[in-house]
Design a protein around this ligand. Structure first.
Ligand SMILES: [Zn+2]
Length: 298
């Protein structure tokens, strides 16, 4: 899309004004150059304050952001582009509160921007399926008290986590918030995120036995002190996710848990291409259909 950008200094120097941001979108949406959809004329001018391209022949206005994630936005694109960098490049992520201070938007606007970006990340995650040997486990996250499975889990959200473990190294990860850890939810999670016929290692929790339907399922009952040897990577992922929730968001309600999982997973699965991640997310946002959110419930 543009010269290689490896840090925020370069990113904000490059995307420093509305015109540059609009040109980046135009270049991706109309790689052969802009062409008026009404008269096919290929010359016109940018009305940058309105995100519109005006045809110099018939004067038809074409919205540059319509049909993308930035559809109908009243915000300068520079704010979106910088937010994309912070959200995708730093594993600590960025909270709505911090975003309000950095780009001068209200908390509600910041939260809406982040939610739209997380939905986009989740849609991208859903295009891939895990393969090979995979560790799968459940956990309870969020809320204020420690606890696993049913007991002591009030206020917490159940999640299912799968992590590839190939040649002793962690690979791609899938994560899903579920109303509870039962057979149906485990089956759906596996179908959505894992190719059929893989090798799945679990801790033999009863609801996970459904995995034998489509996979080579190895269920091992392990004492608590040995469980990290049997399922090392999935437990590290769960532990890192809990740290991320506490560190960046200071606790999260169950209502939006999937969006936080999507964001965490998106970055985690791209950790080997960290420098390219902001650019990739920007491209995905331009290609993504508009996201319409319900109002935030505080
Ligand atoms: Zn025209």
């Amino acid at each position: 899309m543009q010269a290689k950008i490896t840090n925020f200094w370069e990113w904000q120097q490059h995307f420093s004004d509305e015109k540059t941001c609009l040109e980046a979108i135009i270049k991706q949406r109309w790689p052969e150059g802009f062409c008026c959809p009404r008269c096919n004329h290929n010359k016109g001018w940018l009305l940058k304050t309105r995100h519109v391209f005006e045809c110099s022949d018939c004067h038809h206005h074409t919205s540059i952001t319509a049909g993308t994630l930035f559809h109908n936005t009243k915000l300068p694109l520079v704010k979106w582009f910088w937010c994309i960098y912070w959200l995708s490049s730093d594993k600590g992520s960025i909270s709505a509160l911090r975003l309000t201070k950095l780009i001068g938007v209200s908390w509600v606007t910041a939260q809406r921007m982040l939610r739209k970006l997380r939905v986009t990340m989740g849609d991208q995650n859903s295009l891939y399926k895990l393969t090979g040997t995979i560790e799968l486990d459940d956990a309870f996250v969020g809320g204020k008290h420690k606890g696993k499975r049913s007991r002591g889990a009030e206020g917490k959200t159940a999640i299912l986590v799968a992590c590839e473990s190939n040649n002793g190294k962690p690979g791609f990860v899938a994560m899903k918030a579920v109303p509870n850890v039962d057979k149906e939810n485990v089956r759906t999670f596996a179908q959505e995120s894992i190719e059929p016929g893989q090798t799945l290692n679990t801790d033999a929790f009863r609801a996970l036995n459904v995995l034998t339907e489509e996979h080579h399922h190895i269920a091992k009952v392990t004492p608590p002190e040995a469980v990290d040897e049997w399922l090392p990577w999935v437990h590290i992922v769960i532990s890192n996710f809990k740290s991320y929730l506490l560190g960046t968001y200071h606790g999260v309600s169950g209502q939006y848990m999937q969006e936080y999982l999507d964001e965490f997973c998106y970055r985690l699965n791209r950790r080997f291409w960290e420098e390219q991640t902001p650019n990739r997310l920007l491209r995905i946002c331009i290609d993504h259909k508009p996201v319409f959110l319900k109002p935030v419930v505080c």
